[in-house]
Design a protein around this ligand. Sequence first.
Ligand SMILES: Cc1cc2nc3c(=O)[nH]c(=O)nc-3n(C[C@H](O)[C@H](O)[C@H](O)COP(=O)(O)OP(=O)(O)OC[C@H]3O[C@@H](n4cnc5c(N)ncnc54)[C@H](O)[C@@H]3O)c2cc1C
Length: 469
Amino acid sequence: MANILGGGISGLSAAYYLSKAVTSPIALFEATDKIGGWIRSSQQQGFIFESGPRTIRPAGVKGRNTLKLIESIGLSDKVNPICASHAAAKNRMIYVNGNLNLLPSATMDIFKKLPPFSKPLVAAVIHDLTAPRNTQQLEDESIHSFVERRFGKEIAEYAIGSMICGICAGDAKKISVKFLMEDLFRNEQKYGGVFKGMILNSLFGSKDKIEQIDGELINRSIRQQWRIYSLEGGLQRLPDSLCSHVQQTRTEVHFNAACTRINFHPDQVVATINGKEFASKAIISSIPSYKLADLVREQHPKLSQLLEDITYVDVATINMQFDKANLLEIPGFGFLVPPCVNRPILGVIFDSVCFDVKDHTLLTVMMGGNWFEEKFGTNPSEQHLLDVAMKEVKTILKISKVPNKTKVNILRNCIPQYHVGHHKRIKDIRTYIKDNRLPLFLCGAAYDGVGVNDVIYSSKMAVKELLKK
Ligand SMILES: Cc1cc2nc3c(=O)[nH]c(=O)nc-3n(C[C@H](O)[C@H](O)[C@H](O)COP(=O)(O)OP(=O)(O)OC[C@H]3O[C@@H](n4cnc5c(N)ncnc54)[C@H](O)[C@@H]3O)c2cc1C
């Protein structure tokens, strides 16, 4: 029926949704000898080091969709939630002016003047209500420029600059506003202001139908006010369990099976893998867009170019374990460093707080992203990255103790960047596929969102589209 390329969380999810809908066998091809893609947890003397993602949000349609999937593969009792009252849910910080500053977490906080902001956040609302309407209609702009226009420079520099570093290791001055604020942007373009737009749209705008997804785990997450969650034993449990599940439901998973070419014929599509040809009616691609670009270049150079135009960044994550508890002055999720502060790290996650580790302190330092080459050159050594990370931990967190265990992960081309124009590019890619009647269905982080929830949902949509055809 369909061959699936890539054994990351999106390829496995595609196999899951497809196997629920069809009875024919499914083949999934993974280039490496491991399942899970960027989801990689390792056990180090009883401690879990995550080199990629570590937590998932339960909120929204996509969040509920992931919870439903987790429940249906029998992982409900392995979920470790972080509820609203937990320090990791309440305390998120940014490092500005040589200090760690807590971001507002309660509604009343918006009326207080909280450093590094020079005014209470409610001033940003007033700024939006009084800022002039944009005279020309914009198709897209950077999230930094949109937020600066509507809410002021400090919100753009400190809040948005650091948030974009945290989500995609990117530069808010390049990332499209539609990456996170598509609705706000549309409302502003239509009604002349964000808050004005929100009010008028709720009164007169057409309402999108929201997909209803129910389940016991979803109810539990709402009842207990989960903010984020991880899985017992590490996030790797999700792709591992999903892989076992799909293998039991007619999916054949091939390891060390990198696809090197895709050839479209009038009645079938052929994937070349390790010199052998595998024909099917359709292909679901969950591999990074720049890799797919190589596979289709010969027959479809224009499609290849569009796919290649989606750029990716390198990130280094440094896991550290200290043989001492409570080394952190303020417990919390961690802190981010906005690019305007110009330090060599993107932020630090306080893993021991998030995962309630007693007797030890666990941290993960995130580095690089949009600034990888500028800060570290093309090929930095692991030792250099570790030295920089330890120096930053010492300066910012005042931890001078040497970590007992460390792990340096250099993740090349790991996060796609939704630069200004991304949505138009994705539309062009989909139009090309449709106009040329290619039986190619896309999912994964390159297209409709970079988080775990986004890519799982993108697989569900790719399978839905395939079944429709
Ligand atoms: C450092 C970091 C931290 C993150 N933190 C979070 C977080 O806390 N929460 C969150 O929600 N998200 C987070 N993310 C994002 C999340 O990890 C990704 O969205 C998700 O893992 C992407 O999954 P994927 O299956 O789409 O792609 P990938 O994980 O890239 O999987 C693609 C797979 O395809 C395989 N492949 C490549 N080429 C071929 C080929 N030619 N033939 C066959 N197979 C091929 C690869 O080997 C890989 O296994 C983070 C990402 C990174 C890098």
